[in-house]
Design a protein around this ligand. Structure first.
Ligand SMILES: NC(=O)c1ccc[n+]([C@@H]2O[C@H](COP(=O)([O-])OP(=O)(O)OC[C@H]3O[C@@H](n4cnc5c(N)ncnc54)[C@H](O)[C@@H]3O)[C@@H](O)[C@H]2O)c1
Length: 443
């Protein structure tokens, strides 16, 4: 039995059930039951993972900014350090990777890690092009029986996500016909900033650019505080997907969790004037989804940067909910933010007698600690994670297809099986992005 099989077996057997060779009990934190983890991107969002990783063996730290290592090494003194994630992923004995780099490297790191049979926790968004989402999802689907994945949409663990799903599934608004999500963050940039200064010593800007086309160094990309610096680069097409990769990932998740959709059959979008450098601030996109086994066809809509769905009642100002979701059914509306919800029955038979709330013991189980859910699944991949690469891959593919519809300004018919737009050849050009020479997503 090799070390990884041993970790899995110990976790499945559970504490106290397996006698280890040393006579030690296989508890969650028994030294022999720890995962060897690489943390890629150790500052910013990376800091938010320190506590949950402290119970495991963090054996590798990777960051393009060498100045981030001394503090990270205080927390994880036994780790080797790397500036190039490609080299880091080849460290012997790794079990799993947590990736907190800039968005334009996410699909690359995830796909390379899957190619090395590593479990992956990928900060959101999983990808910034339709093609990337499809590549990473397909890779994981082949390996899902043995590898655990999670995309960093940790708000999913807020109990309200389960409550919203229960209300929609149990018919509190009748039959679901449409669902809307929105986010009102508005960060405007005119275009890529001009060349300014030199990268500070120890900062490997060329590695930060990674697979994306070359843009000159400018300190404004790196001027934000810890966990907020993504707001300095994620609006540029070559480095992110704007609102979609930012709060859109969290807010669409609130909707996505309740509708059991896969891939849309169409996408259309409109927004402010196209800027070749910067993703749109104000934009709305709409997607048709086929029926599934519990509901009919639905329309899913995403609004950002000031665009908003119509409120069902004049006394409800949806704009007061900065990031929210609304579900429309044949008997009413459900409006939610991340941690609360409002049910709004309408029509002559909307007396709620058709709806039976669940008994307490039939409510959906709490997810618990979101990062720990993934760590547990790494040790026992038969355990499901809430935001695995199938669920999250479908969700981001849909949103990214909306950005393609926005770019071409046409309603797109989409074949989810082939990943091709069937009615607009020029749209297919925008499903993938162009990479710098020397970089491959499949390494
Ligand atoms: N889940 C959440 O709530 C949440 C919150 C904030 C940020 N994020 C996500 O986390 C990611 C990082 O955001 P941030 O604000 O911390 O950004 P950041 O620019 O501060 O980057 C984080 C760290 O990664 C390093 N890094 C960047 N590219 C790298 C690369 N190619 N290889 C190795 N290290 C690299 C940076 O030097 C930095 O130390 C983004 O994708 C963002 O969407 C998620």
């Amino acid at each position: 039995m090799n070390r990884r099989e041993f970790i899995s077996t110990a976790a499945v057997a559970g504490a106290g059930l397996l006698i280890l060779p040393s006579g030690m009990r296989a508890g969650e934190n028994a030294p022999s039951n720890k995962l060897n983890i690489a943390l890629i991107g150790v500052w910013g969002r990376g800091l938010a993972h320190y506590d949950s990783l402290a119970a495991e063996n963090v054996v590798a730290l990777c960051d393009v900014n060498e100045k981030r290592f001394p503090d990270a090494l205080k927390k994880f003194p036994n780790a080797k350090t790397y500036v190039d994630w490609r080299k880091c992923l080849d460290q012997k004995g790794l079990d799993a990777v947590v990736c907190c780099t800039a968005d334009h490297t996410h699909a690359f790191v995830s796909n390379w890690a899957l190619n090395r049979d590593l479990h992956v926790y990928q900060e959101k968004p999983l990808a910034i092009s339709v093609d990337e989402a499809r590549i990473v999802r397909a890779n994981w689907m082949k390996k899902k029986a043995k590898l655990a994945t999670q995309v960093g949409m940790q708000r999913h663990a807020i109990p309200n996500f389960n409550r919203v799903r229960e209300l929609v599934r149990d018919g509190a608004i009748g039959d679901l016909t449409a669902a809307f999500a929105w986010g009102d963050r508005q960060i405007r940039r005119p275009g890529y900033p001009p060349a300014e200064g030199q990268p500070p010593e120890g900062f490997h800007y060329d590695l930060w650019l990674g697979p994306s086309p070359d843009h000159p160094y400018n300190p404004s990309y790196f001027s934000g505080g810890a966990g907020m610096n993504c707001l300095s680069w994620n609006m540029y097409w070559d480095f992110g997907a704007g609102q979609i990769g930012d709060m859109g990932s969290h807010t669409m998740d609130l909707l996505w969790n309740a509708v059991d959709a896969t891939l849309p059959t169409s996408a259309e979008a409109k927004g402010e004037k196209f800027n070749p450098d910067v993703t749109p601030v104000e934009c709305e996109s709409h997607f048709d989804h086929p029926a599934n086994d519990w509901r009919g066809p639905i329309r899913v809509s995403w609004y950002q940067g000031g665009a908003m769905p119509a409120s069902p009642k004049p006394y409800i100002d949806l704009k007061k909910i900065g990031h929210g979701a609304m579900f429309k059914g044949t008997k009413g509306h459900l409006i939610a933010d991340f941690d609360s919800r409002v049910l709004l029955p309408f029509g002559t038979d909307a007396d709620l007698t058709y709806y039976k709330p669940r008994a307490k013991d039939a409510t959906l189980p709490a997810i618990g600690h979101f990062q720990k859910q993934w760590l547990d699944a790494c040790k026992n991949p038969s355990l499901k994670t809430a935001c695995d690469f199938e669920y999250s891959g479908n969700m981001i593919e849909q949103l990214l297809l909306g950005l393609v519809a926005y770019r071409v300004g046409k309603k797109l018919e989409y074949n989810g099986a082939t990943g091709k737009v069937t009615n607009c050849p020029e749209a297919n050009e925008f499903l993938a992005r162009k990479y710098r020479a020397g970089w491959t997503i499949n390494g």
